[in-house]
Design a binder for this molecule. Sequence first.
Ligand code: ADP
Length: 268
Amino acid sequence: AGPDPAIQLIKERLSNVKHKILILSGKGGVGKSTVTSLLGHALAARKPDANVGILDADICGPSQPRVLGVRGEQVHNSGSGWSPVYVTDNLSVMSIGFLLASPDDAVIWRGPKKNGMIKQFLSEVDWGDLDYLLIDTPPGTSDEHLSAAQYLSAAGLSGALVVTTPQEVALLDVRKELHFCRKLGLPVLGVLENMSVFVCPNCNSRSEIFPATTGGARAMCAELGAALVGRLPLDPALARAADTGRDPLAPLADLPASPAVRALHDIA
Ligand code: ADP
């Protein structure tokens, strides 16, 4: 077989996207989707002239419509492709969640069909000019990652950001994730440790909820030569914002004390 014709389409489609960033995690539930949406918000808020897009490539467990508060929105298909859903003037999102009849619908697809969907998302969404495209992937290193990585590498991927918690079980899978990136020649932008510490809102004392026995992400990054780009605290305000889909950054006045939001602003 010759080269996949989709590659050329994806290259053309994403030629107006400056930075393409793959967000990975070894395990589910470590906060990858939350971090992706926060990063999107933080980038869009910090740089009002920049356009930010989020592609929810978690085909079987799309959570961006919920965490971004745009569940139930419709995507439209026009002559120039699928229009993403706008969360704010400069933050847009595309997810299979918008294509399901009900948010409780299950997508039960085998690898090839999921790959086809990712190919379609990468080649047919009309993002316009974007400064950042954040691609939220399912946990692990499955088929979808391989195809997303292959297509995005051809289109000029900036790199991957790996999200983890400090727990040993999560870090073990991050190691695999980093090896996956090395094998495929994907640049690793860094590792972000989520739920690192809990800062009590009443007494400000710091508790390690998921204590790492071997030094957490910091030690692992040092060993594997990856950058630790940030540590986000466990933050009840963030969990609430993700559940209600309320933009956790727009009403910053409501969340001045949110340490996680502050930390993300610093990263973005
Ligand atoms: P993943 O995408 O890795 O499966 P999610 O982003 O869905 O994980 O997060 C899992 C749960 O943890 C969600 O309920 C989310 O609101 C919560 N969560 C994520 N990060 C934080 C945080 N820093 N503080 C508090 N809750 C968090």
